[in-house]
Ligand binder design. Sequence first.
Ligand code: DON
Length: 574
Amino acid sequence: MRYPHLPKLVRHACHLRFAAALLLLISWHTSALAQAPAGQKPDQAAIASAHYLATEVGHEILAAGGNAFDAAVAVSAALAVVEPASSGVGGGGFWLLHRASDDMQVFVDGRETAPAAATADMYLDAQGEVNRDLAVNGPLAAGIPGHIAGIAHIAENYGALPLARSLQPAIRLATQGFPVDEKYHTMMRYRADVIRRWPAATAALLVDGEVPEIGTLIRLPDLAATLQRVAADGPTAFYSGDFARQLVQGVRAAGGIWTLADLAAYRIKERAPISLQYQGYRIVTAPPPSSGGVALAEILNIIEPYNIADMERSRQVHLLVEAMRRAYRDRGIYLGDPDFVDMPIRQLTSRDYAAGLRASIRLDRATDSEALAGFADSPKGMDTTHFSVLDAAGNMVAATLTVNLPYGSAFMAPGTGFLLNNEMDDFSAKPGAPNAFGLLGYTANAIEPGKRMLSSMTPSFVFRSDRQAALGTPGGSRIITMVLLGILDMIAGNEPESWVSLPRFHHQYQPDVISIEPDAFSPELIEQLEAMGHSVEARDSTWGNMHGVLWKHDGNAVSAGSDPRWPSGRAVVR
Ligand code: DON
């Protein structure tokens, strides 16, 4: 049981539809990757996101002369309004950008940072135990948000339209209102008790103190005003001045530790993506402070010599699971914020290192995780959102944004209109020991002032000379294995509808089980895997919410897919 102390609905929610690293090298940008024949353009655009209103907003901005980056700004802002359970301007995220004109890829890191007054033991009680309530509920759980800084940076440096134009649709949605959908309702049923602790959050997101029914119109005038301020005066209107004072005052009055200096000091980071070759494809994906790209590189390097596509299913699953097991062990031991921790990225993502790991895999037998030394990590977080954009010029964005748990910390500072994240829980609250979630802690991801908490979010691109794709998903630590399965399906020649619908399985070193979606494996396959020494645990609900786009250069075919697990998602090619 991965979340033993959480109510059943929460556990459901968790699983519900839920290089050589260029990191260290000279430039922040990777380039000279396989790309479309010079001058070729898709002529159509594709957007897939977790909410139909956000997908429409993205197309509206493209129709107004925006490029994929403007559309990403608009979709990010719209999701912050219509999907407050999953992301928001009180949270953060990662935007992976591909610019077609010069084949440039860059990773915009808008991850939250720990406030300056944060300490490694800030969630421990007098007995040294982690206080889970403080770690996830209320303003002490919130990192300094990166969402507004991220979209403002993208608009200014990569967009064709002013930030104010791309924010307009989100301001309209917040002003005019949007209907409560299944996700809003389901997640709110789980978080409403905590939301009710904070009057501003209660007034904004509940109706007469109750969870609103599906279809109820929600208007967020304070959020509209916050976005309007940013539209008028840029991101400094959020990170300093009167608004910042109001925000910090609200946080501190409710027991938080933010200061004006924390907000003023927040900076996004442009980072070189992790870039690797796999069977003739180039995969461009998330570097630290995400663990996703390093883990993906390890897994793909381990499995590359096997022709897994042609293997019998039980052998294929076995090898993937053994590769996942080893990659997640390394995630737990080594990874954290690159600005704070020295990490052997070049080693972890090298083919030689993968060859050593491969040599320890038996083809007929599961490895016992305990036989591999090291710390462990397990799924965290239950809400987040991903969207993918391709524009008519071939630019792409893959963005994964989050407030961590559904509705983040549930805290809203009076007059601001948005919830703060509880991303501080992605840190290890107690290094070297299991925390209340059953997570084992580790030093690389210990809390330090100004540090970014380790993430699993893995927005990714896949390129070959004749095609290019963007994909990603929420799902805590399961994100990495979902993106892996999606990439392998794309490489097998399948369309986005297939990547996003695939039955999912996952292994993360500890707990030492293959976790599967309901009915993902046949009884025969489970028997075969158990005979090899694996434990298979079928969950009672699905997980993830994947959204992908694909452009096949031959025949100029554009397609998109939206995860069928949640009904509000929408993929539109236009
Ligand atoms: O950054 C992370 O890895 C987590 N905060 C993401 C949480 C998440 O994906 C939950 N989704 N269902």
